[in-house]
Design a protein around this ligand. Structure first.
Ligand code: ATP
Ligand code: MG
Length: 177
């Protein structure tokens, strides 16, 4: 296996740090001039990285396709709407990956979409098989299934030991979003 062989990287688990770990790799890759695509599933809220990444111009593209969180934070949308948003995000993700325009692709919360039954796992497994060889692909989200784990080269499960939320401290700018 050489430097040009793309890796499939999974960040899963209940603890905090999946999205931010992936963003760490994004930052590192940008430092080498790599072209980076980020597609966020199930999210449409602003987060600091959206603004920060603007500074990299065309070197990075961020697509937020979701309809927000499923079943929490006052979600009143139908499951069918979430499914529709997820499939649209997936189609965009696939098209962009296959275009060979991107060296590193971060599919944020795609695993949550699968474990939450709003995105068909078969689509994701096929994409892992079909992606261009050189593309590094990071998948994040709680509840990675065995099939995804088997296809990945690197899997880290983040375990929560403590979280400020447990003592009532709310999400913090720059730390949580
Ligand atoms: P981050 O984006 O901070 O790396 P994450 O991707 O691991 O977190 P998600 O499941 O995507 O976690 O959840 C996003 C939000 O939920 C973040 O604001 C994060 O701080 C919060 N969160 C993550 N883990 C926990 C936890 N164990 N208890 C409470 N809140 C959490
Ligand atoms: Mg996350």
């Amino acid at each position: 296996m050489n430097e040009d062989h793309g890796l499939i990287i999974v960040y899963t688990g209940e603890g905090k740090g999946k999205t931010t770990a992936a963003l760490g790799i994004v930052l590192r890759s940008l430092g080498y001039g790599k072209r980076v695509l980020i597609v966020q599933f199930g999210k449409s809220a602003f987060s600091g990285e959206v603004k920060a990444l603007e500074q990299f111009g065309d070197q990075v593209k961020l697509i937020q396709g979701g309809k927000g969180f499923v079943g929490i934070l006052g979600d009143k949308k139908l499951i069918s709407e979430h499914k529709q948003a997820a499939i649209e995000s997936f189609e965009l993700l696939k098209k962009e990956i296959m275009s060979e325009k991107w060296d590193l692709v971060m599919a944020d919360e795609i695993i949550g979409a699968v474990s939450g039954n709003i995105l068909d796992i078969k689509l994701v497994l096929d994409l892992l098989d079909q992606k261009p060889e050189f593309v590094d692909l990071i998948l994040t989200g709680r509840g990675a299934s065995q099939e995804i784990i088997e296809k990945a080269d690197l899997v880290s499960e983040i375990k929560s030991i403590k979280h400020p939320f447990d003592k009532g401290i709310k999400a913090k700018r720059g730390i949580d979003f």
